[in-house]
Ligand binder design. Structure first.
Ligand code: SF4
Length: 349
């Protein structure tokens, strides 16, 4: 692992669920590396980061400029994960190491509070869960998010969270408190509802049904929760019936929006996903080659087709029209933008 360099720099191009501009770890950043019986097969590398609010490179097309990422690597282990390649900057691989070697920025809450109250900070929107999942299993042990959310709430700083983790429900009271004083954007990621495919391709995640349960629980508290419907997997989860079932259940869960995104196959995810595809669905390998070629994205015509279908289904099932949302009780103290929808910028490459 590249801990012997003077600093570990996460700065890379970013595009939602992607590597973000990053905190720097000094030579003394690694505090300890531990394996615990409750997390068999997973190693935690506890570090003290130098900063926690990261600037997204200007070239990035995402609608937010700042992120907080308390973890690197993700035990949710989705084969298609965009962030896999970021692990190679640590001299770890984008496959198994990404799933099992988790970097934990143990000082994230104290850094968040300090940076949010610094005079140079202007209260801009902060996105979380856009690189790796901030409510992955490690969060059950380290409990970093309550301190981060409390710091954002106390600063009345707008923020958003995108997750596949049910653990976010642990922090629902805090999120409600924060939503009373600032804009809070919540989204769960559910690309499809087929349990067998989910077990195979996103083996460490709660089931799609449970993720939609998270959406329903959030909506029941009067908070808006969108569904990032990604990734849609060509030839595996893109039939009209599959798209309809997913949108219908999202609507029933009280989703405020449904934002589709077709599978991206960037370096890291590409090798890992195509290896899984070759082993599990060898009959589809040639079709994927034809669809993606050597690139990372399916043709725009295919992406438009999926987006149009999902848009029509969302309208038919009344997504966003069924749940009354509570109004914020207090106006934010500074001029702030509403929380952006992380799906918007991800739909098309
Ligand atoms: S939950 Fe998100 S960050 Fe984690 S492996 Fe899956 S796609 Fe990647």
């Amino acid at each position: 692992m590249r801990w012997d360099s003077l600093r570990l720099d996460e700065r890379q191009p970013s595009s939602g669920c992607q590597p973000q501009a990053g905190a720097l770890f000094g030579l003394d950043a690694l505090t300890r590396t531990i394996d615990t019986p409750e997390f068999r097969g997973i190693t935690f590398h506890e570090v003290r980061a130098k900063s926690i609010i990261n600037r997204v490179p200007d070239a990035s097309r995402v609608p937010f400029r700042w992120t907080i990422n308390p973890y690197r690597g993700c035990s949710h282990a989705c084969y298609y994960c965009f962030a896999r390649n970021t692990h190679t900057y640590l001299d770890m691989d984008a496959g198994h190491d990404f799933n099992t070697q988790i970097v934990v920025k143990i000082n994230a809450p104290e850094l968040a509070r300090r940076e949010l109250t610094a005079s140079r900070w202007h209260g801009e929107h902060v996105a979380m869960g856009t690189n790796v999942d901030c409510y992955q299993r490690a969060e059950g042990r380290y409990r970093l998010m309550p301190g981060i959310i409390a710091a954002l709430r106390d600063a009345a700083n707008p923020f958003s969270i995108l997750t596949k983790g049910t653990l976010i429900l642990r922090d629902l009271d805090l999120l409600c408190d924060a939503a009373d004083v600032t804009d809070v954007g919540l989204n769960v990621s559910v690309g499809f509802i087929d349990k067998a495919i989910s077990r195979a391709v996103e083996p460490g995640t709660p089931s799609p049904e449970r993720r939609l349960g998270v959406c329903a629980a959030i909506a029941a508290r009067g908070l808006r929760c969108g569904v990032l419907m990604g990734p849609v997997l060509p030839f595996l989860t893109d039939s009209p019936a599959q798209l309809e079932a997913t949108v219908r259940l999202a609507a029933e869960a009280g989703a405020a929006s449904v934002s589709p995104i077709v599978l991206h196959l960037r370096p890291g995810a590409r090798e890992w996903f195509l290896r899984w595809l070759g082993e599990s669905h060898p009959d589809l390998v040639e079709r994927y080659r034809q669809l993606y070629g050597r690139g990372a994205y399916a043709p725009r015509s295919y992406q438009h087709q999926v987006c149009d279908q999902v848009g029509a289904l969302a309208a038919r099932y009344g997504v966003g029209r069924t749940t009354p949302y509570r109004a914020r009780r207090t106006a934010p103290p500074r001029a702030q933008r509403a929380a952006p929808d992380p799906g918007v910028q991800l739909r098309l490459a």
